[in-house]
Ligand binder design. Structure first.
Ligand SMILES: [Zn+2]
Length: 240
């Protein structure tokens, strides 16, 4: 006895007919397809040719800080009207350590040719070397804030009209630190720009009187030739 429900040819034919009917109705019919193993799929570049993995060339570079629109200004504008400065006179402390405070204490004990006590530190700026003051720190003194005469040159005209800049260190024995050289060039360049000074007005102390100051290892020509440019940035250092 033949049982129609196990007649395979009849069942397959009926299934195909049912799919054709469903397809005609737009419904579709599940028909599994063989999927090739991954290794058999050839690499096919994106049809658009677009590189989907590299960052686009116009992407911002986040590895560097965005440019700042800081207008360069003179960083040491004194709180009183500026003196008509004519010179910059460069010194060293002839000591391994030092700071504005330590020099101030030493100079308070000095007296001038008439026996009067100094008012304290004789320079207008001090640049630290990491021993007593941070390396490369530029610190103005009360004489800069007052725009008053210095007590550093040993010659009246240069005390009155010369900006006294002292670097901590003994440059007869060691060179200034790289940070000190960068700092003094930055300061000299800013002072030249602000007060219209030329390289010939940047003097070694030893040009004014018989002294080795600021030492044979001080790169004076390089410092005196500093371009007269203002620095963008808060270089007025006090209370580090
Ligand atoms: Zn000196």
């Amino acid at each position: 006895m033949q049982r129609p429900w196990i007649n395979r040819p009849t069942t397959v034919a009926a299934s195909a007919a049912a799919c054709a009917l469903l397809a005609a109705l737009g419904i579709g019919c599940f028909q599994p397809q063989r999927v090739p193993p991954p290794g058999a799929i050839p690499y096919q570049p994106d049809a658009s040719g677009e590189d989907l993995f590299s960052p686009p060339p116009t992407a911002p570079d986040f590895s560097v800080a965005p440019p700042q629109t800081v207008v360069p200004t003179f960083a040491w504008t004194p709180p009183v009207p500026a003196h008509a400065w004519k010179y910059i006179v460069l010194h060293h402390t002839a000591s391994e350590t030092g700071s504005v405070d330590s020099i101030h204490e030493t100079h308070l004990k000095r007296t001038d040719s008439e026996g009067n006590n100094w008012r304290g530190i004789g320079y207008h700026f001090v640049i630290g070397n990491g021993n007593g003051m941070p390396d490369g720190a530029i610190e103005p003194t009360f004489r800069w804030d007052d725009q008053s005469s210095g007590a550093h040159a040993g010659v009246g005209e240069y005390n009155r009209d010369g900006i006294g800049v002292c670097l901590v260190g003994n440059f007869e024995e060691t060179e200034p630190t790289p940070a000190q050289i960068e700092a003094v060039k930055r300061l000299v360049g800013a002072l030249k720009s602000e007060y219209g000074l030329g390289s010939a007005q940047v003097l070694r102390h030893g040009e004014l009187k018989a002294t080795a100051c600021p030492g044979r290892l001080f790169p004076h020509e390089e410092v005196a030739a500093s371009p007269p440019t203002l620095s963008a940035g808060p270089w007025r250092i006090r209370g580090w």
